[in-house]
Design a protein around this ligand. Structure first.
Ligand SMILES: [Fe+2]
Length: 429
């Protein structure tokens, strides 16, 4: 019997994931008006409209143009307009000027998304993709998930910065108030050679590679995140007025920016309030503290008689813990107090979700690190200076985006991300 050669099959899983991730982005923008989507409240934060367009640009530039025969650009001028930082692709507008781009309007950006989605689904349904192309599609999905988190952190800043402080979404369903959290305990780890980095199964960014071994000293990690109540003790103890607690650059930042508490905290008539994506409300002492810079996390740790964990100490603890937690999908859009049942047996709680945890590790390449070839080599590697590694994901991170080897990175003064604090200390301290 002579059998017909089997037609190469498309990857339905990849196609379905593409559709789901793109829909998730649109859902995050749905509560926002065209005017909301336009504003840029500071150079670090981009307009929602820009995120919607730039994530689309990524698929057009790196997947459709090179790999879909006959693909035509939706609008050739977008090739430069929505480039973020890829110098190999060409010129790009000033980041701080993204909020000035009133044309195209939001409706045109949505038409751009539909144009690219149509071509992408045709490509993904058309037949088996070369492995290299599928990998770039996967990278585009991971990239879009990163921008989903940025949509939330950027709009949070933009709404907070304007008079009236409108809220992003209706108030979250109330959770039972908890004034107490489980006592902070210390989880001890012995010195040892620890496998660090991604081991080859599933997606990873190039900065999680190569998988390698690291000598990690004996140390203890806090059983949970630092809470707002604990951080308030630091504030009340004059934490922001005592230079001895701060790194030199941190103290400079405190003085220059007038920091006296985390971003989005404010004091009124002696009471503390915070701004959340669900609106303003009283500070909840049991919630994990967030929107602190590396400098503040470091100063708090010094005040508390502890230090920040290295990223290797963090990964040693996280690799044996189920990667579950309060991620984007919970709808809370804010870190949650630890409850008795949240703690994983035998490991620290809240490692995943809630807040990104600042580490004491500078963001550099692992031994033998090689950026991806071509323009996409600009994705991670060129940022390996003057930034610090954060681990674990936040309440704005899509759950499927996170893993124990994931390395996020931001400059030390960054506060608008959902960034918080886990303490560590040396063995025997
Ligand atoms: Fe990007």
């Amino acid at each position: 019997v002579i059998r017909e050669p089997v037609a190469p099959a498309a990857d339905p899983a990849l196609r379905d994931r593409y559709v789901a991730v793109r829909a998730q982005t649109a859902a995050l923008a749905a509560p926002l008006s065209a005017e909301d989507c336009q504003i840029q409240s500071m150079p670090d934060a981009s307009p929602t409209k820009w995120h919607l367009a730039h994530t689309t640009w990524f698929f057009e530039t790196f997947v459709l143009s090179p790999h879909l025969p006959g693909y035509r650009d939706f609008e050739p001028r977008f090739r430069a307009l929505f480039n973020s930082y890829y110098n190999s692709v060409g010129e790009q507008p000033l980041r701080a000027a993204r909020g000035l781009v009133s044309r195209p309007g939001l409706d045109v950006v949505y038409a751009y998304r539909r144009h690219v989605d149509g071509a992408m689904t045709a490509l993904l349904e058309g037949g088996r993709l070369a492995a290299g192309v599928a990998r770039v599609v996967e990278l585009g999905l991971q990239h879009e998930q990163q921008h989903q988190e940025l949509i939330l952190t950027d709009i949070k800043h933009a709404l907070w910065a304007q008079p009236g402080r409108p809220q992003y979404a209706a108030p979250a369903p109330p959770r039972p108030p908890r004034d107490a959290v489980p006592r902070l305990a210390w989880q001890a780890y012995e010195a040892g050679i620890v496998a660090i980095g991604h081991d080859g199964a599933g997606f990873a960014f190039d900065n999680e590679l190569p998988h390698h071994q690291a000598l990690v000293p004996a140390a203890a990690l806090a059983s949970r995140l630092v809470t707002c109540g604990e951080y308030l003790d630091f504030v009340r103890d004059g934490g922001y007025e005592r230079p001895a607690l701060w790194l030199a650059a941190g103290w400079e930042a405190v003085r220059a920016a007038g920091w006296h508490a985390p971003l989005y905290w404010r004091r009124q008539d002696g009471e503390w309030f915070i701004t959340t994506l669900h609106g303003d409300r009283a500070l909840a002492p049991a919630e994990p503290v967030c929107h602190v810079s590396f400098y503040e996390a470091d100063a708090y740790a010094r005040w508390a008689g502890a230090r920040l964990p290295t990223e290797f100490e963090w990964e040693r603890a996280a690799r044996d813990v189920a990667g579950d937690g309060n991620f984007l999908e919970s709808g809370a859009l804010h870190p949650r107090p630890l409850t008795g049942r949240d703690g994983p047996a035998g490991g620290p709680a809240q490692l995943f979700g809630d807040v990104w945890e600042w580490t004491a590790s500078p963001y550099t390449g692992y031994p033998g690190y090689r950026p991806q070839a071509g323009a996409l080599g600009e994705y991670n590697g060129k940022f390996m200076s003057d930034q610090w590694v954060l681990r674990g994901g936040s309440c704005a991170t899509p759950r499927a985006h996170m893993r124990a080897t994931y390395r996020n990175f931001f400059p030390a003064a960054t506060r608008w991300q959902f960034s918080g604090v886990r303490l560590a200390r040396d063995a025997g301290a």
